[in-house]
Ligand binder design. Structure first.
Ligand code: HEC
Ligand code: HEC
Ligand code: HEC
Ligand code: HEC
Length: 218
């Protein structure tokens, strides 16, 4: 019987294995890079809105508290978005003719809510609640960054499961006293973790429980 596979076929077989492995590595590497890229995660990408509302102007410039507009952050799963009424509390008196604010006035006249584009949006199967995080000493800035320096809103964190878990595994460095929850520039004191330890007790953090899968999927 003649030899079906020549030496050359052997070489081609080896070469094709190498090519396949190289190809898979490239595809894998690309996918890995893509999942971490801003294009995919949206981190740091400003989202345009029907009205170019500036947190930097209203929070840092005017000193308005987060809770004035996000009224339900402490009490419910959702932080909530302000109604047109909230804007009109001031904008029926200041900047009343600004063209930039016409969508707000139109919403007011027609009684149709403004449609803000979502910046953060977890998949529906993930259970997340603002109220528990605030009650347990995690401040807005720990998850949303320096909102007071953002003209247009952008995401500070990927919101990937890894991000949730990194904190759930070791929440102590992120804990704040209650009076610092809404502060944008609060920093933990340089006390070798003494305050962090005290806050773990104070907020009665159950570290073992929050790395359980049933915490975020229910
Ligand atoms: C005067 C009202 C007002 C105040 C005060 C305010 N916000 Fe907002 N916030 C808005 C509006 C309007 C939006 C929706 C438009 C946008 O995303 O920029 C928003 C959006 C957000 C979002 C993104 C929501 C999404 O779509 O995912 C976050 C996070 C946020 N605000 C955090 C804060 C924090 C933290 C503070 C306090 C430091 C604060 N805001 C103070 C009005 C306000
Ligand atoms: C507590 C009062 C107050 C509230 C509430 C408020 N604003 Fe303002 N807003 C101001 C003032 C004051 C200015 C600045 C005018 C100036 O530059 O002198 C301003 C400016 C603006 C501007 C101009 C551009 C810029 O640089 O910010 C926009 C747009 C705007 N506001 C949108 C909104 C929207 C939308 C809401 C509701 C989610 C809102 N504001 C709620 C007081 C307020
Ligand atoms: C532990 C992290 C964490 C903290 C602390 C936190 N947020 Fe959020 N925030 C999120 C996540 C995650 C989402 C996306 C929720 C979703 O898509 O269901 C979100 C969404 C929002 C939204 C969009 C509307 C909504 O409720 O889904 C606003 C507004 C907001 N946050 C404001 C705030 C403010 C104001 C504070 C402080 C009082 C705060 N957040 C504290 C993680 C956090
Ligand atoms: C910066 C820290 C931090 C981040 C980021 C964070 N968490 Fe938490 N989370 C906590 C702390 C602290 C608690 C309270 C633990 C306790 O009750 O003892 C908590 C509690 C929870 C609880 C309630 C557990 C219960 O027993 O009811 C859920 C659900 C949850 N987190 C989901 C999430 C999800 C989903 C994300 C990511 C989208 C996230 N968290 C991101 C710190 C964080």
């Amino acid at each position: 019987m003649p030899n079906v596979f020549t030496g050359r076929a052997n070489f081609i077989a080896r070469l094709s294995i190498v090519v396949v492995i190289l190809g898979l590595t490239l595809v894998g590497g690309f996918a890995y890079g893509y999942i971490r890229s801003a294009f995919y995660t949206g981190v740091g990408v400003e989202v345009s809105q029907p009205v170019p509302f500036s947190h930097s102007h209203h929070v840092q410039g005017l000193g308005i508290d987060c809770r004035y507009c996000h009224t339900t952050a402490e009490t419910s799963a959702f932080a909530g978005l302000p109604t047109t009424q909230t804007c009109m509390n001031c904008h029926s008196k200041v900047w009343v003719d600004a063209p930039m604010l016409e969508p707000v006035r139109e919403s007011w006249r027609t009684q149709t809510p403004l449609r803000w584009e979502r910046v953060h949006n977890l998949p529906d199967f993930v259970y997340f609640a603002h109220s528990i995080h605030l009650a347990k000493g995690i401040g807005c800035a720990s998850c949303h960054g320096r909102v007071d320096e953002m003209r247009l809103m952008r995401k500070e964190a990927s919101l990937f499961m890894q991000w949730c878990l990194d904190c759930h595994r070791n929440p102590a460095p992120h804990l704040r006293p209650t009076e610092a929850l809404f502060s944008m520039d609060w920093q933990p004191p340089d006390d070798g973790g003494a305050l962090a330890g005290a806050l773990l007790d104070h907020h009665q953090i159950q570290q073992a429980a929050i790395t359980d899968c049933s915490t975020c999927y229910r």
